[in-house]
Ligand binder design. Structure first.
Ligand code: FE2
Ligand code: FE2
Length: 308
């Protein structure tokens, strides 16, 4: 079954390129496949192969994965499997599950080693922090984290697997953990503020890949109930949303931003302003979904969800 999710968004014309701006690589991608929260550790080897074949049969130029690819045990191997199966560029950011049973430092170091030998894999949060998809569209990626600022962290008794399975969090108390969550989120915010202005001034559309949704409004579906104040601190990257609104308002004639997110596993589509749209992919363990985004009309995004 194919569900078409097309809608129109407005954008402001771009300012002309100036000579002191970097020369962008000349790419002409027209189709982006987008996966989020595919949790490939839930699939047996044969099921993963079937999924890769299905993906390989789809017409697209660039694959984006917005985190929760697997857990630390399988992360590197499934990235290599995807790369071998597709032989097309794959950009990804990491989600909280990707660090399970390991540490931030160990996973980052392992990834750096793997990426050095695989030209198809782009860890998008690493310098320069973005790729140019075509003359109108750039994609930036951020390893975001929920920052505990939305909802009511103080009175929340929610315990996530993150707190038990990520080595850096296992021995932390509630407020030490909040400090670490905010440090991760604030590092991500700094990345957003570093790269977004130059991309906004240059491209009609900037796609932002972020595992964690940037606004509380995007942490639920219109048909669903808003996650209560106990869960929001763990679902939302609130400082990222504030930074995004501030940076976009600094460039009134700049491009249009579409943030592609996951983490909540609930579909959401929220227009924060005429130039900021948030999309959150639905996800189901054991049944990875594939979205295809037509990049030829980037300010009138045409999303297609290929159902299984
Ligand atoms: Fe997930
Ligand atoms: Fe997640």
């Amino acid at each position: 079954m194919i569900i078409s999710l097309a809608e129109e968004s407005s954008f402001a014309p771009l300012e002309p390129r100036t000579t002191n701006q970097p020369a962008w690589k000349d790419c002409h991608y027209s189709k982006l496949a987008w996966l989020s929260d595919i949790h490939l550790d839930f699939l047996e080897s044969a099921q993963r192969t079937t999924f890769y074949r299905r993906l390989a049969a789809i017409q697209f130029d660039y694959l984006l994965i917005t985190g929760d690819i697997a857990t630390s045990h399988e992360l590197i191997s499934v990235l290599n499997e995807l790369s071998d199966a597709l032989r097309r560029p794959i950009g990804f950011v990491l989600g909280n599950h990707d660090f399970y049973d390991s540490s931030f430092c160990a996973i980052r170091s392992e990834l750096e080693k793997t990426l050095a030998s695989n030209p198809h894999l782009h860890w998008l949060s690493q310098p320069p922090g973005y790729v140019v998809l075509n003359s109108d569209v750039a994609l930036m990626g951020i390893d975001s984290w929920a920052d505990g600022r939305a909802g009511d962290y103080q009175n929340s008794s929610v315990v996530l697997n993150d707190h038990l399975r990520i080595h850096d969090m296992q021995h932390l108390g509630k407020y030490e953990r909040l400090q670490l969550m905010q440090q991760l989120a604030d590092d991500a915010e700094a990345e957003l503020r570093r790269n977004l202005p130059k991309l906004l001034s240059h491209f009609k559309t900037v796609l932002i890949a972020s595992h964690v949704p940037l606004f509380a409004e995007s942490c639920h579906d219109a048909s669903d109930v808003l996650p209560d104040d106990a869960y929001l601190p763990h679902f939302c990257w609130q400082s990222g949303g504030t930074a995004l609104q501030e940076e976009v308002s600094e460039y009134p004639s700049g491009g249009h931003v579409i943030a592609l997110c996951g983490h909540t596993h609930r579909h959401a589509q929220v227009d924060i302003s005429p130039r900021i749209q948030i999309r959150v992919s639905k996800a189901t363990y054991g049944n990875p979904l594939i979205h295809v985004l037509d990049l030829t009309k980037p300010t009138i995004p045409q999303f297609t969800l290929l159902d299984t």
